[in-house]
Design a protein around this ligand. Structure first.
Ligand code: NAP
Ligand code: MG
Length: 427
């Protein structure tokens, strides 16, 4: 690991940009930490929120220990993206990370930040290194009601992030002829299957997946279901796709039988397999409180359906869970670029920090659990409750004010919303 790319940090890390006026003067004893969190700082408006959250909501109460990695785009460029790799390796070492939203560069960002090259998505790099699955869950709060009336508890969506149509090979077939699938084994023997005998022009598509990737996906899902004590649903179209989708079903079933059945029984949760169309119908009628594992395409489509029906991207948390039991917590939204430009122009912003706060509480709770520190877990609970109570009392950011069912609302700016939560936490 490149030692220069991180710093051992408390409140606040060495190398943290700019001077800050850290609030001291809170006389109560701070909650100690035994193991550092891997802290991955990020970009734009979420980087601004990150600092205020630490300053106002974490550091006055917790003797915060982090190993700090600056994944801000400028520093990724300076380190030739080594800092992203180092932060993922640190997550393997310590087990728990908290990540701020980061810019995935495109051509416009390359120009804006004068980048050496178009660096890959940090989330993609980290996910590939940890071999993880991303679980997205909405944060439910009084006054922000899901469109689906019977959804009373969160539905957590797990999307397989490898292969299928996202790594397909397709062909436009110009006219009559035949298309075949050919597998050539290492010894040169060929297995052929006719896809179609074309009598007209048409299209063809081939896609693939890998058993190790399905196994990692299955283990991440079973592990996360146990971790959060929620039922796990999984669905494919195995009646139609008797080999491809059926293999997914079989991989899940085999791992469940061999490794998780007894643990699920002990935890009082169930694993439920059904067809994807049946799953969709049941999800709409369910009250929530379970994890829904989806193949790549189903997950792409269904996660947007579930998250928009629950309300807002700004109220959606995300955790990357590796089959080896590493956890990386973050908000599901991006860096909120438009708000950041307003902020830079000196205008007031009202950016929702809830998902980023919950990334911190998720990581602190997990750290407390692994280190047997109930007081740290309890703090995470209290901070979440203070956040939800603040909103339920009608104090919220603009995005929530636009959709709340509460009659009396005070719209707060980015900082004042966090200060209102602090006030609640202290009381
Ligand atoms: P975004 O940051 O999620 O924001 C899109 C819009 O959604 C915002 O302009 C805002 O709408 C609303 N929004 C999102 N989060 C909000 C919050 N916390 N509070 C209030 N409103 C919120 O997506 P983007 O603008 O498409 O992407 C910006 C950058 O984020 C990109 O460079 C992208 O690469 C990066 N990104 C990173 C991650 C990640 O690190 N996990 C994920 C996605 C995107 P209004 O402007 O209408 O108020
Ligand atoms: Mg999508």
């Amino acid at each position: 690991m490149n030692a220069s790319s991180f710093s051992i940090a408390s409140c606040f890390p060495i190398g943290y940009n700019g001077g800050i006026n850290t609030k001291v003067g809170v006389s109560m004893a701070k909650i100690p930490m035994l193991t550092p969190l891997v802290e991955m700082d990020g970009d734009e408006m979420t980087r601004v929120l990150w600092r205020i959250i630490k300053e106002e909501l974490i550091c006055p109460f917790v003797d915060l220990k982090t190993e700090y990695y600056d994944l801000g785009l400028t520093h990724r460029d300076e380190t030739n993206d080594q800092v992203t790799v180092d932060s993922a390796n640190a997550t393997k070492k310590y087990g728990v990370a908290v990540k701020c939203a980061t810019i995935t560069p495109n051509a416009q960002r390359v120009e804006e930040y004068d980048l050496k090259q178009m660096w890959p998505s940090p989330n993609g790099t980290i996910r590939a290194m940890l071999d993880g699955t991303v679980f997205r869950a909405p944060i439910l709060v009084k006054g922000i009601e899901p469109c689906v009336r019977n959804w009373k508890k969160p539905i957590t969506l797990a999307r397989h992030a490898y292969g299928d149509v996202y790594k397909n090979t397709e062909m436009v077939i110009p006219g009559p002829g035949k298309v075949e699938l050919v597998y050539t084994a290492e010894d040169g023997t060929e297995t052929r299957k006719l896809v179609h005998e074309y009598h007209s022009a048409g299209v063809a598509q081939a896609m693939h997946n890998l058993i190790p990737s399905m196994e990692s996906f299955a283990r991440s899902c079973f592990a996360y279901a146990l971790d959060t004590k929620q039922d796990l649903w999984f669905a494919t179209k195995d009646t139609i796709s008797k080999q491809y989708d059926h293999t997914f079903k079989d991989v899940f079933a085999a791992i469940y039988e061999a490794e998780y059945k007894a643990k699920f029984a002990a935890a009082g949760i169930t694993y439920f397999y059904t067809l994807i169309d049946d799953a969709v119908a049941r999800v709409m009628k369910a009250e929530g409180g379970f994890i829904w594992a989806c193949k790549n395409y189903d997950g792409d489509v269904m996660s947007d359906m579930v998250s928009s029906a629950f309300g807002s991207l700004a109220m959606m948390t995300s955790v990357l869970v590796s089959p080896n039991g590493y956890f990386e917590y973050e908000a599901a939204h991006g860096t909120v670029q438009r708000h950041y430009y307003k902020h830079l122009a000196g205008e007031e912003t009202s950016t929702n920090s809830v998902a980023t706060i919950f990334a911190w509480t998720g990581a602190l709770r997990k750290r407390g659990e692994l280190d047997h520190q109930p007081e740290l877990m309890h703090f995470a609970d209290r901070l979440e409750q203070a956040t939800l109570d603040t909103i339920a009392e009608g104090k919220m950011t603009k995005d929530l004010a636009l959709m709340t069912t509460l009659p009396q609302v005070t719209v707060l700016n980015s900082r004042d919303f966090i200060l209102a939560i602090r006030d609640k936490l202290e009381r």
